[in-house]
Design a protein around this ligand. Sequence first.
Ligand SMILES: *[C@@H]1O[C@H](CO)[C@@H](O)[C@H](O)[C@H]1NC(C)=O
Ligand SMILES: *[C@@H]1O[C@H](CO)[C@@H](O)[C@H](O)[C@H]1NC(C)=O
Ligand SMILES: *[C@@H]1O[C@H](CO)[C@@H](O)[C@H](O)[C@H]1NC(C)=O
Ligand SMILES: *[C@@H]1O[C@H](CO)[C@@H](O)[C@H](O)[C@H]1NC(C)=O
Ligand SMILES: *[C@@H]1O[C@H](CO)[C@@H](O)[C@H](O)[C@H]1NC(C)=O
Ligand SMILES: *[C@@H]1O[C@H](CO)[C@@H](O)[C@H](O)[C@H]1NC(C)=O
Ligand SMILES: *[C@@H]1O[C@H](CO)[C@@H](O)[C@H](O)[C@H]1NC(C)=O
Ligand SMILES: *[C@@H]1O[C@H](CO)[C@@H](O)[C@H](O)[C@H]1NC(C)=O
Ligand SMILES: *[C@@H]1O[C@H](CO)[C@@H](O)[C@H](O)[C@H]1NC(C)=O
Ligand SMILES: *[C@@H]1O[C@H](CO)[C@@H](O)[C@H](O)[C@H]1NC(C)=O
Length: 707
Amino acid sequence: MLSVLAALLTLATAISAWPSTSSNSTGIKLQNGFERVYIQPFGNNGIRVRASLMRDPSGNELSALLDPPLEGPGGNQGLAYDQLIGYQGNASFQNGNLIVQVNLGVISFYRAETNGSLSLLTQEFTDDKALYSRYYVQEYKSPSFQAQFSFTSDADEQFYGMGQQACCKDTSVNKKGQSIDLINFNSFVPIPVYMSNKGYLQFFNMPSQGRMEFSPIRTRFISSEATAVDYWITTAEPGDYDTLQEQYTAVTGRQPTPPDFILGYQQSKLRYWNQTQVMDLAQEFHDRQVNVSMIVVDFFNWKYQGDWAFDPEYWSDPAEMASFVKNMTGAEMMVSLWPSVEDLSDNYIALQEQGLLATTRDGTGVTDSFAGVYTRLIDSTNPASREFLWKQLNESYFSKGIHNFWIDQADGGTLGEAWENNGQTINLIPYERASAQYFIGTQEGAGKMYPWLHQAAINEGLHNLTGQPITSASCDYMSLTRSTFAGGQRYCSYLWSGDTLSEFPVLLQQITSSVSVAASGISSWTLDIGGFTGLDIDTDYGKELFVRWFGMGVFLPYPWSYGEENFVIIKKYIDLRYQLVPYVRALFQQLQYSGRTIMRALYYDFSLSDPFVVQATSVNNPLVTQQYMFGPRLLVSPVGIQNATTKEVYLPRLTESMISQNFSWVHWWTDTDYGQGGNTVTVNAPLDEIPVFYLGSKSDIFSGSVF
Ligand SMILES: *[C@@H]1O[C@H](CO)[C@@H](O)[C@H](O)[C@H]1NC(C)=O
Ligand SMILES: *[C@@H]1O[C@H](CO)[C@@H](O)[C@H](O)[C@H]1NC(C)=O
Ligand SMILES: *[C@@H]1O[C@H](CO)[C@@H](O)[C@H](O)[C@H]1NC(C)=O
Ligand SMILES: *[C@@H]1O[C@H](CO)[C@@H](O)[C@H](O)[C@H]1NC(C)=O
Ligand SMILES: *[C@@H]1O[C@H](CO)[C@@H](O)[C@H](O)[C@H]1NC(C)=O
Ligand SMILES: *[C@@H]1O[C@H](CO)[C@@H](O)[C@H](O)[C@H]1NC(C)=O
Ligand SMILES: *[C@@H]1O[C@H](CO)[C@@H](O)[C@H](O)[C@H]1NC(C)=O
Ligand SMILES: *[C@@H]1O[C@H](CO)[C@@H](O)[C@H](O)[C@H]1NC(C)=O
Ligand SMILES: *[C@@H]1O[C@H](CO)[C@@H](O)[C@H](O)[C@H]1NC(C)=O
Ligand SMILES: *[C@@H]1O[C@H](CO)[C@@H](O)[C@H](O)[C@H]1NC(C)=O
């Protein structure tokens, strides 16, 4: 009886919600001289726009969108439309609470409010004295063109996301005022997607190089090479960032839940040279009773770049090693692979003959050099290359019990070190990144998809071998990658922040980096604990930095240490991490289910309850932007200053809903209750007690009952 009632209620809710979750049009086509613009409903409260010159979009352009989307209308509709308009035409439709209006050929987006009024989100930027809002430059050598699309923006509007930035000691959460290059290299993974505090998210579904500009009155997307401009926009109530992420991940993909073993502690080092060393390490973890989830073997486990196999001189029996590690510690193993191939590798001739290497505009050429040899990249944008790569990885590693892969140097174009060639620094020479050409197109037009398809090779390979469908909501094994693109969250993969400097300010920079990449749909993220370059754990500075960084690592989606083993100091943190595994598992389940972001800048949860959070975020005040929520219950405020003994923590004002659950901010280590927030407090911050506050009961957190 009860269940019948529940079913009826569900039905009633569905019916009453019906008008707001559907679209009253299949789409608009604007035929404007040489230009064609298709505007279609896509996903819940979402609209997709595609624009091309001289010809219709083919519909087969490179895309990170799932078609059909996981949720909501549209999809599988090709270039359907029911409203055809011409120069200076007018048309409109709605999809859920998002309305598009074309007025005299100018496109505007509105949110339909529950009281019937319309709120303007953004519209094409028009001014008699400005570049057209949809501006194209075509050279007529090919059907492609450059494009610049401009939209209005309020002076006090805030923008969040844009992937992972590393430039210029960047510590911004609000990207307003910035100009962000769209090109990948080591640590720099820009993704052209952002959320506005006015309650919308906009995504440019194009893997081209270019630039995103957030100027005071105008937001501009610039693509160096396109055959169609393709963007998607969605809306939610202002402050409801979880709904924006839910809608965005319904069109670009949801993160499958990672395997349980990977939620613990991952040990890596530059580097373990041979299998004896790895087995000794496993023995030590065992003897000292420190839990470990994964032991990682870094680069040059191979003899020649492109072997995708252990050098047998140092790794004589990988199967025995993996089995020993498993027996001693229960840990899985991960191994590094690079995309580079040198001519001494056994695979070189086959790859060259079959045309499976990326080329350059000068002919076969080279794409980079490393360790004294010239290298070319495997062209992972070609399905045949992905199959070739996976075949080697299976033979060398997977079939021997090493199931997880570290996709290093995956940036594309070159090995991702644009400033270096064969050990020599290239500074201030107007040196373009390699003009790489791929199976799917040029570096300018398609380059940002290289790392994404390289990731896909491992993802496909693992699924093919384990027999798990590619759409499965969980992963048996994972890859770790240095680069990705929009939608990368649909793979059994996690991003790390690349090669970072081992310095306190960089530790702090990781916070804004992580919450920005998370706001771009990629919650599956980690970093090198301790940083990568320059860590010297024998100095006081190095030791202190490493332990401070380790404390933060406990409260990340995956704790991955790139340091020396230092069991005594870090054992307490590792043990705590294992206690938190049920909580982290719950965060990943929620991420899978609804795209709910794991590492949350404070604006996510507190912009409606605490005006100071909004104001401080707008100016990137570190008091607010260098803290984050790790899931719904933990506020983490890492210490990023040498010799600090205390930390000033801003406790945001709790929401009505939190207050109604009797939540208050409680200090993790002392259980002192600090009340309902809206104030700054100073807490003791010894090395082994990273400042953390929790909401609700610790037992709910330890059991993961938090949603
Ligand atoms: C579009 O609407 C405007 C009024 O907003 C009108 O002046 C114009 O003629 C309309 N255009 C067309 C093609 O009907
Ligand atoms: C769809 O709804 C919008 C917003 O309510 C309205 O302006 C538009 O005229 C409608 N379009 C069609 C094709 O019914
Ligand atoms: C309707 O709701 C919007 C959003 O809450 C608000 O800005 C607007 O003032 C309201 N309009 C009226 C007429 O109440
Ligand atoms: C393994 O590498 C370590 C570190 O370089 C070295 O000390 C050790 O002798 C090597 N062992 C073997 C068996 O090669
Ligand atoms: C690991 O344990 C299994 C089962 O106890 C055993 O068969 C195997 O020989 C062990 N492997 C190693 C390398 O110790
Ligand atoms: C996975 O299997 C499919 C179907 O057999 C094949 O087309 C694809 O190339 C395989 N992928 C890899 C990376 O081996
Ligand atoms: C993986 O490697 C194993 C061992 O060589 C082999 O039996 C199996 O067929 C390989 N699978 C694929 C898909 O290449
Ligand atoms: C190691 O992890 C297991 C769960 O995987 C847990 O039961 C055990 O208490 C942990 N040991 C330590 C020392 O934290
Ligand atoms: C931290 O303390 C050490 C040792 O007293 C000192 O050398 C160093 O300059 C201090 N660093 C800062 C940032 O105060
Ligand atoms: C919250 O606390 C108040 C007073 O301590 C108590 O009366 C109430 O039952 C509590 N509510 C919940 C949901 O725990």
